[in-house]
Write a protein that binds this ligand. Structure first.
Ligand SMILES: Cc1ncc(C[n+]2csc(CCOP(=O)(O)OP(=O)(O)O)c2C)c(N)n1
Ligand SMILES: [Mg+2]
Length: 789
């Protein structure tokens, strides 16, 4: 052996032993983690035992700039990539809300749901091209796949859109690969198939790692997958020399050397040629079963359990190290022992640090209550019992402190001696609010609510054009001025969307920035998510509001929760554009706004009455980090509107209703297409002299943040909420907001009403519409009744 050879052998040996150490450390983390849950120190545990070896290999090819979109089995990858410590993993297991100690979710997510910081406190993107990036994990199985497609697709955008060249902080010419991990059973989800098909069509650097342990909780893969093999089932998607498609590899989960080799080859191709790759990693085990919620002895055969022991990846890696003379028995045993010690120490440190602030709170609260007891003889015994109860609580939590303080304050009433206790109680309430109730939306300068209002201006001779032409002119100027904007959807590219908002714009701005997609709403949303998380500004279209349901899951589970679940470390400023409310038939005139706003807390929901307002809302959203849904009026594209002269610069503030008709007798609150029906009704009652004030709420989320509706109600003392949703839908939401939150009930002379569509979907044809949706005559009748009451 030459000196050089010796050196490289020694380096190789060290790398392997270091990997072995990480594998042992990770395994011990899983074993002790489960014990912590069963012993009552944590509520739930799910771990990556059995998946250690492939994740070591995966981490080797994961480079700065790359992204991971995975699921709860990836702790070994996180450790090997230098993105998680054992102490942090235990901090998350204990739900430590401190962002320093639990950097993935500040205690908001279950354990092994990882993330890395992508934006700073001001909402500016970090230099992602230099960082190893982990998009925040979610629990819904397969939910990581649409996002993974989008993260990979962003690389394609950065490589192919010339104007994005200067953003080297975000991408290095699109060389970044998105690593998606998924379990064998989760590949049964439609999300998986839709993603793989789209990736194969689009040719994006997506690398999918399937951890095949043969089970989805208790259900074996024979019940999940054709031929019980996802790679066999996918084989027709294999890329050929003259076709698109994906590269498919099969590799054994215990074969350390084979895994390293296979991943290196597949990832190299994905990085260079943007060919998606799928690694079917078979023969993986689950030493402790699925999670702390069950035991796999209940559903796995004796033979299977024995097989899992024999084919345990760490055991196989150990055998391989010895067979290749990289280390001996003794050296490996020493590594195993020291790994165990390290995990034990880290676990203890995490527990200690998690408890320290709570212990302080317990001590302070108990002292305050004890002091109060001294000056309140009638309640002394009860107060001392509360204080002592708190002091002797085993493993107390923040809520125990608050419960004790609350109980003590109830006893003390408004006595002066309770002053400091009350003060402390209020401080803690504020502190806990910060820990648990922040970051649903963007906070700070990138909040959509911080965007300054700029009013639309109209020249004296402003042209009056069709609604769609307003949008078309707006999008044209937008694409001229903002290189980060990308728009896509079904029929959006070549024909410029079904209502011509983008007509002619693909020809002008290029098919890399404005393009058609397949009919696949889930992954259209995924593309939007990935692009937005990587610092671009996607406008993704759902062709009709009725089909938003197909894309609702990623918006609800992923987009809407992202800022909250990362405590503000990641943002997804995607804009989802759709059209709805009123046209024809069961699936082209829906207005399921209650469903939308209940599913999408964490997004803003804009319901513009015309296309000018829509443009202003797009402008507002584009200046912020908040994700938004904009629902254009399907029957409004051919209505005439005046073209503003500052179409790219004016903004519609979110959460600020507009009084579009002043009146003194009754306030009618509505939005979108329904406003035109309301206007007809107002004409009818006007004949009899009733003066109606019409308020356009403009956005459902946020809703009337300055209580402008209350101002109107104070004047008219009558209020009616009208929309086209089902009974109890968004009209009930508006009613609740004004009555309860704004205290509107105090200003009522007659009982408030809602008018909605019928509970069934709207029937086809003009009569179907008239008798399914609210109509002008019906609204007029209710107004008359309210005036007579
Ligand atoms: C949409 C959805 N359905 C059901 C569940 C409950 N669930 C959590 S994990 C799991 C099984 C997943 O199995 P697999 O994909 O093979 O991953 P593994 O846990 O075996 O690594 C199920 C059914 C879920 N989290 N999300
Ligand atoms: Mg499985």
């Amino acid at each position: 052996m030459t000196e050089d050879n010796k050196l490289s052998f020694e380096r190789f040996r060290e790398e392997v032993l270091n990997d072995y150490r990480i594998a042992c450390t990770s395994r011990e983390t899983s074993l002790l983690g489960r014990k912590e849950v069963l012993g009552g120190k944590a509520k739930f545990g799910i771990f990556g035992d059995g998946k250690e070896i492939p994740q070591l290999a995966m981490a080797k090819v994961f480079q700065p700039g790359d992204f991971r979109s995975g699921y709860y089995r990836d702790q070994t990858f996180m450790m090997a990539a230098g993105l998680a410590t054992v102490e942090q993993i235990f901090a998350q297991l204990y739900a430590d809300p401190d962002p320093e100690r639990e950097p993935f979710s500040s205690g908001r997510q279950m354990n092994c749901h990882f993330a890395t910081k992508m934006i700073d406190e001001k909402g500016e993107w970090l230099a992602l091209s230099e960082l190893k990036n982990v998009s925040s994990d979610i629990a819904p199985t397969g939910g990581q796949m649409p996002r993974a497609l989008g993260l990979a697709f962003a690389s394609k955008a950065f490589r192919e859109i010339e104007q994005l060249g200067p953003f080297s902080n975000l991408s290095n010419h699109g060389n970044e690969v998105c690593f998606a991990t998924i379990g064998d059973a989760s590949t049964s989800e439609g999300h998986f198939w839709e993603t793989i098909n789209a990736a194969g069509v689009l040719q994006v650097p997506l690398a999918v790692f399937i951890w095949d342990d043969g089970y989805g909780i208790s259900v074996p893969k024979e019940y999940q997958t054709i031929k019980a093999s996802v790679s066999d089932a996918l084989s027709g998607m294999q890329k050929m020399d003259n076709s698109n498609g994906i590269n498919i590899y099969k590799v054994k989960g215990w074969d350390y050397a084979g895994l390293c080799e296979t991943f290196e080859e597949g990832i190299r191709q994905a990085r260079e040629t943007h060919t998606p790759v799928l690694f079917h990693v078979e023969e993986i085990t689950q030493p402790q079963g699925h999670s702390t919620s069950g035991s796999h002895e209940r559903y796995k055969s004796h033979e299977r359990l024995e097989w899992e022991k024999e084919w345990d990846g760490i055991r196989k890696m150990r055998e391989w190290i010895i067979a290749n003379a990289l280390a001996g028995e003794e050296e490996l045993t020493a590594i195993e022992e020291s790994s165990k010690d390290k995990v034990r120490e880290s676990k203890a440190a995490a527990w200690e640090k998690f408890n320290a602030p709570i212990k302080d709170q317990v001590a302070k609260a108990a002292d305050l209550i004890t002091n109060m007891a001294g000056s309140l003889p009638t309640h002394q015994a009860a107060l001392l019992e509360i204080a002592n109860g708190l002091r002797s609580t085993l493993d107390p939590l923040r809520r125990d402190v608050l419960k004790a303080l609350d109980a003590a304050l109830v006893r003390a009433g408004d006595s002066d001696t309770a002053y400091w206790t009350r003060d402390y109680y209020n401080d803690l309430r504020e502190e806990n609010k910060k820990l648990y109730n922040t970051h649903l939306y963007s906070e700070g300068p990138k909040s959509a609510l911080q965007v300054k209002e700029v009013k639309a201006r109209f020249a004296e001779d402003a042209p009056v054009v069709n609604g769609f032409e307003i949008l078309n002119k707006f999008f044209d100027q937008l694409f001229d001025s903002n290189p980060k904007v990308i728009a896509f959807g079904e029929d959006l590219g070549y024909i410029g969307d079904v209502n011509q908002g983008f007509s002619g714009l693909q020809q002008k701005h290029g098919n890399r920035r404005i393009f058609d997609t397949g009919i696949r709403e889930v992954t259209i949303m995924g593309q939007a998510i990935g692009l937005a998380m990587r610092g671009l500004r996607p406008i993704a279209e759902i062709q009709y509001l009725d089909y938003l349901l197909y894309g609702l899951q990623p918006l609800s589970d992923d987009v809407s929760t992202l800022q909250y679940r990362t405590a503000g470390q990641q943002s997804c400023p995607a804009i989802i554009r759709t059209r709805g409310h009123r046209l024809e038939g069961i699936w082209h005139s829906g207005s399921p706004m209650g469903m939308v706003i209940n599913a999408l807390r964490g997004m803003y929901v804009c319901v513009p009455r015309n296309m000018t307002q829509a443009a202003g809302m797009y402008n507002t959203l584009l200046r912020s980090n908040d994700p938004g849904l904009v629902i254009e009026c399907l029957n409004g594209y051919r209505l005439k509107e005046k073209l503003p002269s500052n179409i790219l610069d004016f903004t519609v503030p979110l959460g600020v209703p507009e009084v579009i008709r002043e009146g003194t007798d009754i306030t009618i609150v509505s939005y979108g297409s329904t406003l035109r029906i309301v206007q007809d009704a107002v004409q009818i009652v006007g004949v009899q002299g009733t003066s109606c004030e019409i308020v356009d709420i403009q956005t459902l989320l946020p809703f009337d943040i300055h209580h402008k509706i209350l101002d109107s109600l104070k004047k008219t003392n009558r209020i009616l909420f009208v929309d086209e949703d089902v009974p109890g839908g968004a009209a009930a939401f508006m009613f609740n907001k004004v009555m309860e939150e704004q205290g509107g009930y105090r200003w009522l002379d007659v009982s408030p009403r809602t008018i909605t569509a019928k509970a069934h979907r709207p029937a086809y044809g003009s009569d179907g519409d008239y008798f399914s949706k609210p109509n002008a005559e019906e609204i007029a009748k209710v107004i008359r009744e309210m005036m007579a009451e």
